[in-house]
Design a protein around this ligand. Sequence first.
Ligand code: FAD
Ligand code: FES
Ligand code: FES
Length: 1275
Amino acid sequence: MWSAFFGSEPVFETAGEISFSINGSPFTADEKIASDTTLNSFIRDFANLKGTKFMCYEGGCGACVVSATIVHPVTKMRQTLAVNSCLTPIFACHGWDITTVEGVGDRRKGYHAVQTQLAKFNGTQCGYCSPGMVMSMYSLLERGKAPSKAEVEDSFGSNLCRCTGYRPILDAFKSLASDSSPQNKTNICVDIEDMDKMCPNKNEFCSKLCGSVAIQSGSAVWRKVATLDELVAVLAKVGDAPYKLVAGNTAEGIYRSEGIQTYIDVKSVPQLRNIEVKPDVITLGGNVTLTEAMDFFNEVNSAGFDYLVHLGGHFDLIAHVPVRNVGTLAGNLSIKHAHPDFPSDVFMTLDAVGATLNIMDISGIIQNVTMVDFLLLGMNKKIILSIQFTRRDNPHRLRLFKITPRAQNAHAYVNAGFLFEFEDEVSWKVAGVPRIVFGGISPSFTHARAAESLLVGKVLLDNKTLAQAITALGQEILPDDVLTNPTPDYRKKLAQSLFYKFVLHLDPTKVSKFLRSGTENLQRPISSGIQEFDTDATLYPLNEAIPKIEALAQCSGEAQYVNDIPSFPDELHGAFVQTTVATGTISSIDATAALAIDGVVTFFKHTDMPYSNTFTPAIFGYLEPEEVFCSGTILYAGQAVGMIVAKSRAVALEAAKKVKVEYAVGSSNPVLTVEDVLNQAGNRIYPVQKENEKDNSVLVSATKIIKGDFSLPRQYHMTMETQTCLVVPREDDNYDVFCSTQFMDLAQAVVAKCLNVEASKINMSVRRLGGGYGGKITRPPQLAAACAVASWTLNKPVRMVLPLSGNMEIAGKRFAVRDEYEVGVDEKGKILYLKAKVFQDAGCNLNDSQRTMNTTTAHFTHSVYDSSTFEIVGQQIKTDTASNTWCRGPGSTEAVAFLEEIMERIAGEMNLDPLEVRLANMYAVDNPVPAMIADLKEKADYDARKAKVEEFNSLNRWKKRGVSLVPVQYPFDFWGVRPVVVSVYQIDGSVAISHGGVEMGQGLNTKVAQVAAHFLGLPLSMISIKPSNNLIAANASVTGASLGSESLSYATMQCCKEILSRLSVIKEKMPDAEWKALVREAHAQEISLTASYTFTKRDNVGIYFIWGAAMAEMEVDILTGEKQILRVDLLEDAGQSMSPMVDVGQMEGAFVMGLGYWLYEQLVYDPYSGRLLTNSTWNYKIPGAKDIPADFRVYFRKNSKNPNGVLNSKATGEPPLNMSIAAYFAITHALNSARKDAGAPASYFQLKPPATAEHIFFTSLTDEKDFKLFEEDEE
Ligand SMILES: Cc1cc2nc3c(=O)[nH]c(=O)nc-3n(C[C@H](O)[C@H](O)[C@H](O)COP(=O)(O)OP(=O)(O)OC[C@H]3O[C@@H](n4cnc5c(N)ncnc54)[C@H](O)[C@@H]3O)c2cc1C
Ligand code: FES
Ligand code: FES
């Protein structure tokens, strides 16, 4: 094999396969495995362990994290590390012992403490993130020393969760920390000790570190080298063919390499992994991992090297634990070398401290170069051997900065490093040439050379010098303009601000007190939370705070999602080909190149749809047929043109990229926003929805008339499980459809129509979803139709799992909406009339928009405010974007936001307190919200904290705080058809339930089980919830809008009552008989033990309101625009909750999803092609674990029973999202003070949502003229 590839004798002893273990079982991989096979796909597809998930395949979500025990090539110690299996090539795993979630614990061998704690703390909802969470925590514990709470909290930058809001996950894992409360610790320490026993070889030399490997796989060869000589020899022979050195392979998460013919695994080369400390120089091997470097920097105690500790701090902000565990210094620097626009933190920090690189070529010559010279060096067949740091004994100051869209796992908008030597720390006179380094400016910019020269010999702690330096920076920093980055203007100003922060920090005692707040970054404490609710033990298990019934299965990877259904032997995989332009027509499609790829079976397009090409059937009330595959006229970029079917998903995805689609595109740019439509004449505005139409001739005498508008953006659902479907052909023209859908009935109808078979032949089954949030209601049938037609045509099972980018581009988002209004108010800010027009961006058709438009206008008029004088007109607008769809709290979120913005504007323009304005406008009769606000004010200590915030703001120029309290009234109404079947087994009295809902994390199954257990008087363990299917749940309505849990609980209750009533005859005769005996006897008497009930509107479970109020306190860094959420207090009326822990989860999760909407998530489209540019975890940032409120308190309204609800309960999952706007307003209140300090006249202003750092920065009116150390007269 070697000879065949290199054409000569092998130079070294090699193995032709690699060996490793997974959960203790040995595995090998050889030339039969494709060279680009990842560990993730090996675990799932070869080892058939489906517990490990995937979503992004770019290291951005954490769903794929597993644990690897690896022998270090220098220390020979075994280290256990979390790694992203999606970025790890299987051939890189030689000698590894891999543990997946199945290996940690399961129902047979017992669960591990990490799993039980996560379940116990209700840290799972949909559960799709849970295996990754478990493996991150397990690896942290396995690294050998128990982590502190702070370390735990810091270690989840790798793992996204869209459902829970992270608080319970962090609490669960912090309970395992060395400094957790004694009660938790006692329990857990036992488990940790057990784990040690399970790992007897820990810290011992492992002989598995073997020599070299060479595997020819297809046209590529994988070489694992064990020595530097060997590396050089291999490099010398690669010729001109593309090669890659593989260390952590994490660069693939950012820039995918293509066409590689030689992979050279270098991570076992000791010279590249060594750390050497000498008195004058410290040398780190090029492939020292970021974790090793960080640990070393944090602990270095050699004289003259204390500056390295700053690097340790900064490295903590690079990527996240699993990437740092295997990603290396040289790998990072090579990315920067190949892509100079990459804002590398490694490059920036090494450059800032004046480190140098030793670069070796294949003739063995070693060159020592500066970081800047490295960028200019040709690196073909060269090796970054090591990095050198020199001793610094002179007085110096080093500060490193990184400003990011969210707290962790995000690239820098701008990063910066400043290293100055001073003659002394009294005069602050600059000695020598300082180092001023910035990243994120432009591909060619590294050092601010002009500012560096200007400052030589200057006294830095001086207003004039500072001003000169800031001006010089302004002149030489010319950021490039990249659509997905913040604007050049912001990045330039940010760079200036960071330098100002550095100077302020030199000696805060010499800085005016008012300005000192600019010195430090925002400080986040370890987060905490309180959940306050009452329960009634007489109702248990109803109303009992229990974890979700499937929580342990989720935490152990035993819970099955659609893509975990084992592969069928002849199964095929689909991948969509999607448009890259938003308008025009398709002129040709050529799949020849794709079809030539080994493993590709066929290509489908619209002409291959035999009977129907739509997934929005008219019988479901859709206004416009949406095409499965575009038949010619393009409606948006990302639309499906066709589908490649191949033998593996990887091949299908690769081949889909090779299908050539040509377009005839018109000359005008696509219309992408509501504003685009309003700004141009056109016919894109659709039907009018009116609420409370008023006689406009009645004029009201108002103290003030205010006109305004507010535009809200789209939001991507970011389900951790992307759209997924599997269709299996069965006998008698039946098709089993496993679809990740919230609406089985719709998918069934679409598949039946597309195949022209009776609906009864379509067997739908849904066990659970990995998140839905409304995004899996009307969109999944498109996949179902495509897979079904392929399955029908080829007579094989066909599976399709959308890749993240494809999912983001094809699927509609939360509706973008704009309102324009006029409001007349009296002197107290009470609204005398309100006329509002709401324009909703439907996307390319009106299908899902119509109902949401109605919801939006209805939430306007049924809000907590007196709406008797409101007149609302709702209009839908078509844009050249994907058909927008429901997203958690659809319509209500927007209506609440508009009303609350109006309240804020009234307060702002009339100089009134916003809360007073809100209270003045509330409807008067039977409105409990004012009392709830009073209650919340007391719980949250509102008045005192508000006063403290004002005091804080008066004392601090560069940090500001704000509070806001937002109420909500959420009108709730039941509709739809929701069947349940309850069966009792005579064998042992156990109970099985199947219902017409879809469990997607909302706790539906748990509530249904609690209700059944309560009514039947049984322990929960006797109740089993089965997957939903369309035999039992025929015609079931959608599970969404929080309707499922309550209505299905109601139907379950009716079934239980029916069974009890049938048993009552027996009970009369056998009054003392236990349940099992009763059931047996009933069966003996041929009494049916199965009952069904279908919930409908006729059940008269009434309309009710959900009330709540939330207070948020925010802190903002005025010099950077960064923010943090100091505290949130959330009070909601949950009625008498059926399942308090589930409802807490709903509240926290919804609130944090709302925080994402208001503070973080930004969708950017290319204005020319209309393509979504933010289509990955790199540039679409949902909140991470350290973006949640530092202090998050949730309270249920006390003594609340809802007579109109099911079993006195209320739905809980959407109002908190409505209230999350409190965080956004709290920022605006903080900015009020900053603007005042900046000299702006008091007036209302708007902060563009989402409140990104850039929007905050510009709204704060921060200007370089204010960058001073002290007022001149203070000098
Ligand atoms: C999710 C995620 C988040 C990230 N966040 C950040 C961040 O916030 N800040 C930041 O700066 N970076 C970030 N990165 C980048 C990360 O630091 C790099 O991916 C990592 O350091 C690359 O190292 P590696 O060993 O995995 O490189 P590999 O992927 O193995 O290799 C990358 C390149 O380096 C070359 N190479 C490797 N070793 C050598 C050597 N010794 N000599 C010459 N060439 C070599 C290879 O040929 C290859 O071309 C992030 C990456 C990911 C995946
Ligand atoms: S799939 Fe690996 S991090 Fe997302
Ligand atoms: S529970 Fe974390 S993503 Fe659903």
